[in-house]
Structures are given as C-alpha cells and as structure tokens.
Design a protein around this ligand. Sequence first.
Ligand SMILES: CCCCCCCC/C=C\CCCCCCCC(=O)N[C@@H](CC(C)C)C(=O)O
Ligand SMILES: [Zn+2]
Ligand SMILES: [Zn+2]
Length: 503
Amino acid sequence: MAELLVILPTRAAVLLLFFATVSGSTGPGSRESRGSSRIPSQFSEEERVAMKEALKGAIRIPTVSFSHEESNTTALAEFGEYIRKAFPTVFHSNLIQHEVVGKYSHLLTVRGSDPSLQPYMLMAHFDVVPASEEGWEVPPFSGLEQNGFIHGRGALDNKNSVMAVLQALELLLIRKYSPKRPFFIALGHDEEVSGTKGAQQISALLQTRGVQLAFLVDEGSFILEDFIPNLKKPFAMISVTEKGALDLMLQVNMTPGHSSAPPKETSIGILSAAVSRLEQTPMPNMFGNGPLKKTLKLLANEFSFPTNIILGNLWLFRPIVSRVMERNPITNALVRTTTALTMFNAGIKVNVIPPLAQATVNFRIHPSQTVHEVVELVQNIVADDRVQLHVLRSFEPLPVSPSDDQAMGYQLLQQTIQSVFPEVKIIVPGICIGNTDTRHYVNLTNGLYRFNPVFLKPQDFSSVHGINEKISVESYQNQVKFIFELIQNADTYSKPVPHQHEL
Ligand SMILES: CCCCCCCC/C=C\CCCCCCCC(=O)N[C@@H](CC(C)C)C(=O)O
Ligand SMILES: [Zn+2]
Ligand SMILES: [Zn+2]
C-alpha cells in the first residue's frame, strides 16, 4: 500500500502527460493514421486462423485460482508474457499505456484523439477455476480444436473475452485506426476468488487519478437460447444489476464426551436441523421488484397466446408468473435471495460426542433486499440460540444501471448486437445471478453492464465451472468482431435528443 502511495503521483503525472500529447505522436496515432473513419469488420483467412490460435495458446496456460491464498502465480506471470507476444501492436503502441497492477492484473489506458470525451472500460479476467481431467472429452488445459470448437477451461469464462478485446484492438491498430474516445482495458487475475488483488486495486488506482467512466462492460450475461420453455428465439440479455452475496457460518459448540452415553441432542443434530430449516424455508419471493418486470414485458411479445397476454399484464397475473418462475433453479434465482448449503464440517472420531459443528451457507441476495435483512430472516428461521451466526463475507446487491434511450453503454451494446447479430431481435435488461468484478467499480460509473456477445444454451452454462467448457471458433470470431465494432461505435455515438414532454 505504501508503495502504491509513493508511486501514484508520478503515475498520475505520466498519465496526464499521456492524455495531453495526442498531436505530434508517431505510429498508429500519428497524422498519417486513418483517424476515426469507419473500418469494416472483415478479417482475412490468415487473421482468422491467428485469432483462434491465440485463444488456444491462452487456454493452455493454467492460470488457476485455487483460493484467496493460492493461485498458480507462475502461470499468471506467463500469461502476461503471452499477451505481450500475441498482441505486439497493442503493447508497442504509443496510444496505449500498459501497467501491471497487483502483480499480475493488467490495465491498458488507450488514448483517444478527443480527450474531452468521457472514457469507458472493457473488462475481463484470465484466472480460471480448477479443472481435473475427469469427465472431460479433451484435457482441460489442452486448448484442442475439435469439430469447430476450442475446448478448455476458460473458453467461456473468461479467456475468450480477454483475448477478444486485445485481438480486436490489435486488428484495429494494424489498420491504423485511432480511437476518438479514450478507454481502459482492465484484465483481472483473481476474479474467481473475489478480485481484491486485481480489479479492486485497478479501481483504487483509477479513483486516485480522478477517473470517472461513461460506462463499463464485463462478463455476466450472454445471448441466451433455450432458457425459457416455448421461447425458441435467442435473446440478448444485458445484465444491469447483480445480486449481492452473504457467506454465513453457522456454528454449534457442545461439551465433548463418550459416545456410549450421548446427550439428547449433539452439535451435529442441532446444526443439521437448523440448516434443514433454512433449506426448507426459501427467502421471500421478490418478484415484481427490480428490473425483471421490464425484462418480461419486453419478452412478452415473443410468446404466443396466452403467454403473451399473461406476461404483458403482470399487474393481474403476477402471482401465477412468480410461482412458475420458482419452479426452475435459474428463474428461481431471478426472483429471490437463494440459499445454498455448501459446506458442512463436524466430528472428530466415531466414539466422541462432537464438540463443534460448522456449516457454511452461501446466499445470493436479490437486488431489492439487503445483507442486514437476510441475516435477520436467517435468525428468525433458525430460531435457536445455540446456533451462532458468523458473517464470513458479504456485499450488497449492485445498483441498477440505466437501460433507457439516454443510457450510452446500454445503447451502444444494443446497437452493436443489432449489427453483428441481426438474427437476434430481442434485447432485454436482466439480473446477473452470479458475481463479477464489476462490483469493485461502482464508484467509477453508474453504467455497469455485463454482457458477453456469445450464444449460450443451458448445457453450455453447466460447462462454466463444470466439465467440457468450449467455444465454437465461429462464436469466438464473432466476439472479436463485436468488440471491433463496439470500439468504433463508441467513437461515433451521440446522445439522442430527449423527448419533449407536453405540459
Ligand atoms: C427470464 C430470463 C432467463 C435468464 C436466464 C439467465 C441465465 C444465466 C446466464 C448467465 C449467468 C452467468 C453468470 C456468470 C457470472 C458468474 C461468475 C462467477 O462465477 N463469479 C463468482 C465470483 C465470486 C466472488 C468468486 C461467483 O461465485 O459468483
Ligand atoms: Zn468469470
Ligand atoms: Zn467463473
């Protein structure tokens, strides 16, 4: 920390100088560069091959986060070397300042030719969850291509995004594109274990520099297919909020003794009953609050009779819809705070009355509840003073980012989806049921959007953190195309004139 404070003023000065020296530079930003004229997103066969080979190489580096304390630091460092070699134009451009933050994360500051425009940020992470070879069709760190798919841990979560962002920028710079609007690229190395060393440090650094972002884009949602029965068409869901989280440890202490003369209840029995009550008593259904109403209203027109009428008239059919949503684990997660019993430890020997029993419960908090409210609900459900509650970690749900026609980030994503994926006719705001690094950036912008331009089916969702994670070569190339277009769209964006309301 002390080191950070000492170097910050120097870095801030370098950055100011960097933003102030737009004219007179050489290379891609020089006078002979193409400026901000539109460059078509067409790539040669050679470039397409290079793109997919670069992603395969990234997957082969086992950048595993095992826990807060343990990660493969050799691989994290190797990944840093790898991206420098894979994208030489990016890392040698004098339009771009590259900094390593928190030892392994990367922050790229891309100068815009018009520094008066507010910058935005593209985010992704390159650490991955562990993967043993069991159950995989190909080894998880092989990056093998089979039947048009690139296989491996990180193919969807989230090396695809890291590589696509850098790849798109590399291709733009090779074509002498000079961005007009400044932007940042933040690549985290510890998202899978909370992002405190990567994203949180990058955010702190940007805050000391007084940066305010127009918006940011991170992982957390997709173009969804087959997630809703009777809705055959794919729809793009841009998550505008994210659930909060609470890890609660429940603990019961008892005096140990000989198992031949057991007490009426043991710590294990008391704790089991408590966690069972929690599992059997779901948190209240919060359907009707938050952005889900708008999501369903926009989806309503895509259904046939009578679903279209039901979803279009939630004022009347709310109880039915909320009950239907409870039936499936994913839609259930959208309507309430979820309760997952994830760890249970107790007992030391078969003939000893257990002194201590501990269970950990992972709650994902609905955007219209708070950590405090959930802890109170838990106390009431457990209703046993012998069970102690310890908050291990918690954070509130994230604010809801705007999705109206004045919301630049949302509109740019929408516009880019429409041009790159013309077959996707439905675009809706949504809730991210998992957590992302975006929560570390709430002080920098109110435009936090989570969207990966990749088609996802329920079975693909299971492969994320599961087995046989893969991305099709075509999907990955479209992801590069999407970023290539998004960067250019950000340079030509102009806010629509607000509607005049009659008095
Ligand atoms: C009516 C609409 C249907 C909506 C269906 C929604 C389908 C869900 C699709 C995608 C959700 C992806 C969520 C991915 C983000 C999760 C990343 C992650 O695992 N983060 C960790 C972070 C933790 C701090 C370590 C987590 O546990 O959440
Ligand atoms: Zn992820
Ligand atoms: Zn993940």
